[in-house]
Design a protein around this ligand. Structure first.
Ligand SMILES: C[S@@+](CC[C@H](N)C(=O)[O-])C[C@H]1O[C@@H](n2cnc3c(N)ncnc32)[C@H](O)[C@@H]1O
Length: 264
């Protein structure tokens, strides 16, 4: 083998055949990154966010473990706005759950990632639920005063079809007067050419401009591809109405916003 072979990746005897790339194994890549950060430090938890146009972004997990003084001001406001019993949806490493428990709230941390919930438990969140809001709503008579969708988790609304169903599942678990507190992002508040091209790519295939198809990569693991919706607050207002909620206060922190949804 000479330098030329190495550059072409042909390290086997058959000089004409390219080596076969091994696909990542599907699994809980995000949870594995959180666990690695928790146990072995920031370097160990570095992971990659991959979008379906081929764009990748190197990520640290540190933000998911950060104390409130490092949060966005809009995120800190949530600590005062939360009331009563709280469902932290997509709780991650539990940064909101832990702060709210310290302030005397009963909090359930819900996540589809077993690794994330293991980190939550190890950090002191005892009430965890593995599954989606649909699973929890179907499972029983749990009722909550506050639903959290933090860290951009308004993106879990996914699409104009899925969002109202998601919000109806929360409605089924809501006590009268309950609120949804969610952080979202306006996809149009950008001049990044990659993002602008992605909006066009989406439009060309009949998808909403702010729809994002993503997966998380960690070492040799990849999550399944998942939908994440970025939408301006005007679109969120329409979706909230279709799901039985009403958009209340919005705290802008461009490109992010904190939205409060109230029961109709
Ligand atoms: C960006 S992280 C945000 C974590 C946390 N809320 C925070 O602000 O630090 C998104 C979290 O949502 C979880 N997640 C993704 N899809 C979900 C779904 N359909 N239902 C519940 N959790 C989900 C992920 O496993 C991950 O822990």
């Amino acid at each position: 083998m000479n330098d030329h072979d190495v550059l072409n990746g042909s390290m086997n005897d058959d000089q004409s055949a390219a080596p076969t790339a091994v696909a990542p194994r599907e699994g809980d890549a995000f949870g594995a990154a959180l666990l690695a950060h928790h146990r072995d430090g920031e370097q160990a938890g570095r992971h990659v966010l991959e979008r379906d146009d081929g764009r990748i972004e190197a990520m640290s997990a540190a933000g998911y473990f950060a104390d409130p003084d490092a949060w966005l001001p809009a995120e800190r406001r949530v600590l005062d706005l939360a009331r009563g019993r709280v469902l932290d949806i997509g709780a991650g490493a539990g940064r909101f759950a832990l702060e709210l428990i310290e302030r005397g709230h009963e909090v359930t941390a819900l996540d589809v990632s077993n690794g994330a919930l293991e980190v939550c438990r190890e950090r002191g969140v005892s009430d965890v639920y593995h599954g989606t809001v649909f699973d929890l709503a179907a499972a029983g008579p749990e009722r909550y005063d506050t639903f959290l969708l933090m860290g951009g988790n308004l993106g879990l609304l996914e699409s104009a079809e899925h969002g109202p169903r998601f919000l109806q599942a929360l409605e089924a678990m809501a006590v009268p007067g309950a609120v949804v507190l969610g952080i979202g992002m306006d996809p149009f508040d950008t001049d990044d050419p990659d993002h602008l091209a992605y909006h066009e790519f989406n439009r060309s295939r009949g998808r909403a401009a702010g729809a994002v198809l993503l997966r998380v990569r960690y070492r040799r693991l990849a999550t399944p591809w998942f939908e994440h919706l970025l939408q301006p607050t005007a679109d969120l207002a329409a979706m909230a109405e279709a799901g039985g909620w009403r958009l209340g206060d919005v705290a802008d922190e461009p490109p992010w916003y904190l939205a409060t949804l109230r029961q109709e």
